[in-house]
Write a protein that binds this ligand. Structure first.
Ligand code: FAD
Length: 451
């Protein structure tokens, strides 16, 4: 029996923390977990899950008009935000209950409250201090508001799920995936959406051609996207916000949403006092095994600011449990992580963008863009894009980028091939599935560019 209250104390009941706690408890370790808000964390309560349900809700409008083109006799529907929000709240309550039961079933002791590290082996929750052989920091991140006067007039992604009513108009500030996804969602739900992004193109870091097509498609659907544009001043006006912009425009929006980045949750956590190193943005600095400078303290997930995705936080949690509780030192492989952006149209991507691959050596680019059968039949001008970036020397597919409805589902499967090191010739010798959009991935014969 050790001298500690617990073998492991996990701070944060989100994707990473919950998985690590359960995996450690399965080895017989005595595990506690503290959560200050709701079990499930960002992903379940104010991230992936409610967002994806809103994506589904927002897609029905177009489906109704497409259905008419396919011969269905359907009246125009109206969207009832109140009814949807009621269903959404009930679903999130259900999922939170599932997470609590999973932890209890694994015999993890849950402390509902804010935790603070008070030493290399000590955690304090409310008035009680607990000792633990190991501490795992899995506190995630939060949306950051820009430093400007009246920034608090804006809302963030945290607030979107709790709106009492949908605004008639919204300005979304930011060009990352969260900004673009909410621009598409809210537009699909009937909100008049304006988006400002200070850079030259949205979705920085992703493949240039794919970003360009998404921007075009968003504009063509009716999102008023302004690139190279930022907010310079905000004032309350009536129930809305008057916004002055760098492009000289000035108007009142019902709501302004900032999606301008996320900050790791390390403020007031006691980490630096305990000897843990933090990076420039407040992220916990860890090694390949998620260990901090203090040997008994580890950190995983968004708070480490490596790759901010749920499956990555989960992987890091499992690798931590293997390393510390199963005696199997396991680094997390952050290479070739497939991911999706749930804009309309969706994007699925794995590996290097054309721009990054070109820096690394000679490449061949295979790319096609066309109107897919489904929406073309309904008279819509939507285009999709399929792209492979291939190393000219090894023939390996270095990057695969898909912009299309269902791209998130497609890239999960293409990701396996890319992760296995598939060459362009491996793609070519795979027989096409016809008629599908993704068959183009295995039928592109000649490169459109070499570099
Ligand atoms: P979190 O899930 O943030 O959990 C941290 C938990 O710690 C929180 O519950 C918090 O309340 C708690 N906490 C913080 N401080 C303390 C404290 N001192 N004491 C006790 N508890 C504390 N990822 C995807 O893979 N796909 C997506 O489609 C996707 N969509 C997203 C959409 C949005 C709008 C957002 C914001 C994020 C999205 N993400 C998505 C990212 C994903 O949600 C995160 O990467 C993931 O939740 C990180 O998990 P985590 O365990 O590190 O942290």
């Amino acid at each position: 029996m050790s001298d500690f209250d617990y073998d492991l104390f996990v701070i944060g009941g989100g994707s990473g923390g919950v998985r690590a706690a359960r995996m450690a408890a399965q080895t017989g370790a005595r595990v506690a977990l503290a959560e200050e808000y709701r079990l499930g964390g960002t992903c379940v309560i104010r991230g992936c899950v409610p967002k994806k349900l809103m994506v589904f809700a927002s897609e029905y409008g177009e489906m109704v008009s497409d259905a008419r083109a396919y011969g269905w006799d359907i009246a125009d529907g109206t969207f009832d935000w109140g009814r949807f929000r009621g269903q959404l709240d009930a679903e999130l309550d259900r999922l939170e209950g599932v997470y609590r039961r999973l932890l209890e079933g694994s015999e993890v002791t849950v402390h509902d409250g804010r935790a603070r590290v008070t030493g290399p082996h000590e955690v304090r929750v409310a008035d009680t201090t607990f000792s633990a052989k190991h501490i795992l920091v899995a506190t995630g991140g939060r949306p950051a508001l820009p430093e400007m006067e009246n920034a608090e007039l804006g809302i963030t992604s945290n607030d979107i799920f709790k709106l009492d009513a949908l605004p008639e108009s919204i300005l979304i500030v930011g060009g990352g995936y969260i900004a673009c996804e909410f621009a598409c969602i809210l537009h699909g739900l009937g909100v008049e959406v304006t988006q400002f992004y200070r850079g030259a193109q949205i979705l920085r870091g992703f493949d240039g051609e794919a970003r360009g097509l998404i921007a075009e498609e968003m504009q063509q659907r009716g999102i008023d996207l302004h690139l190279g544009t930022n907010v310079i001043g905000m004032m309350p006006e009536g129930t809305g916000v008057r916004v002055k912009a760098t492009n000289g425009s000035e108007r009142v929006y019902d709501k302004v949403m900032f999606a301008t980045g996320r900050t790791p949750n390390t403020d007031g956590l006691g980490l630096e006092e305990a000897g843990v190193a933090l990076g420039r943005r407040g992220e916990v600095v860890v090694d390949d095994y998620s260990q901090t400078r203090v040997p008994s303290i580890y950190a995983i997930g968004d708070v480490t600011d490596r790759v901010q995705l749920t499956p990555v936080a989960i992987r890091e949690g499992m690798a931590f449990a293997d390393t510390v509780f199963r005696g199997q030192p396991t680094p997390v492989d952050h290479a070739l992580i497939p991911s999706a952006i749930f804009t309309q149209p969706e994007m699925g991507t794995v590996g290097l963008s054309e721009e990054d691959a070109r820096e690394a050596g000679p490449i061949e680019v295979y790319c096609t863009s066309f109107k897919p059968m489904n929406t073309a039949f309904a008279g819509r001008p939507d285009r999709v894009l399929m792209k492979l970036v291939v190393c000219a020397e090894t023939r390996r597919v270095l990057g695969c980028h898909i912009v299309s409805p269902g791209a998130g589902e497609m890239i999960q499967l293409a990701g396996i091939a890319v992760k296995m090191g598939a060459t362009k010739e491996d793609f070519d010798r795979t027989v096409a599935v016809h008629p599908t959009v993704s068959e183009e991935l295995v039928t592109m014969r000649a490169p459109v560019r070499t570099a």
